[in-house]
Design a protein around this ligand. Structure first.
Ligand SMILES: [Zn+2]
Length: 231
């Protein structure tokens, strides 16, 4: 399999997608920092996961997203939202159209490294669970239709005869099924980071931690990130 770029948040889904891509060939784990409070923990997790699975790690920064959302990050990594910037967003990750910006940057990155696919670990079912756990927390760009339309759009924009494809191999799986799959393939779940509380240690309380605990329970497993030294 040719080289691929995996959009990596450091969480469960993208880690399982990365492990599966890596087992088939060379993979670049690309983390996007768009001002989200959890980016510091996420990028550390992505680096550790990439090392553990023998993949390359890359970072893209989208400071314009943070600027438009009114997010300011101090040198220590602390994030504050400027109330004068406009209506507050529950999280900076909910900026409408953010996924298009991420895919666009990932396409540029894929082109530069000669990869033939950009892979997202998004799951429609996991998205629905997050919506239940935290109203407004789920993202419309984690839906099958979005990836279908985005794939068509980027195909139209490429001149190459072998265009870079957009793939979302986990889109129909529940989070529990994704964990089972990752467990079978040796995904380093102990290194993953999903917390939205922007702490070094997973809080175990936020909607992301709650959804994650529920998914591990559904898979009949214990979340190793809550019991490892790092978490
Ligand atoms: Zn948390």
């Amino acid at each position: 399999m040719p080289d691929v770029v995996v959009l990596a948040s450091g969480g469960i889904n993208s880690t399982v997608a990365a492990v599966r891509a890596r087992s088939a060939g060379k993979a670049y784990l690309l983390h996007a920092d768009f001002g989200q409070p959890s980016s510091v923990g996420q990028r550390a997790a992505v680096r550790a996961i990439a090392d553990a699975i023998g993949a390359a790690a890359g970072l893209i920064e989208l400071p314009h997203v943070a600027k438009i959302a009114g997010v300011k990050r101090s040198a220590s990594g602390k994030v504050a939202i400027d109330p004068k910037a406009g209506p507050a967003l529950a999280t900076v990750g909910q900026v409408p159209g953010l996924a298009v910006a991420l895919l666009s940057a990932a396409m540029h990155f894929a082109y530069r490294v000669g990869a033939t696919a950009v892979i997202s670990g998004a799951s429609e079912q996991a998205n629905e669970i997050e919506m239940e756990a935290a109203p407004g927390g789920a993202q419309p760009d984690h839906r099958r239709e979005f990836f279908y339309l985005a794939g068509m759009m980027f195909e139209q924009l490429q001149r190459s005869r072998t265009p870079i494809s957009i793939e979302s191999p986990l889109i129909d799986l529940s989070r529990g099924e994704i964990i089972k799959l990752g467990n079978r393939d040796g995904a380093p779940f102990d290194l993953t980071y999903s917390c939205r509380a922007a702490r070094d240690v997973a809080c175990g309380q936020c909607p992301a931690c709650a959804a994650r605990a529920k998914a591990f329970a559904a898979a009949g497993l214990v979340d190793p990130a809550l019991t490892s030294q790092r978490a």
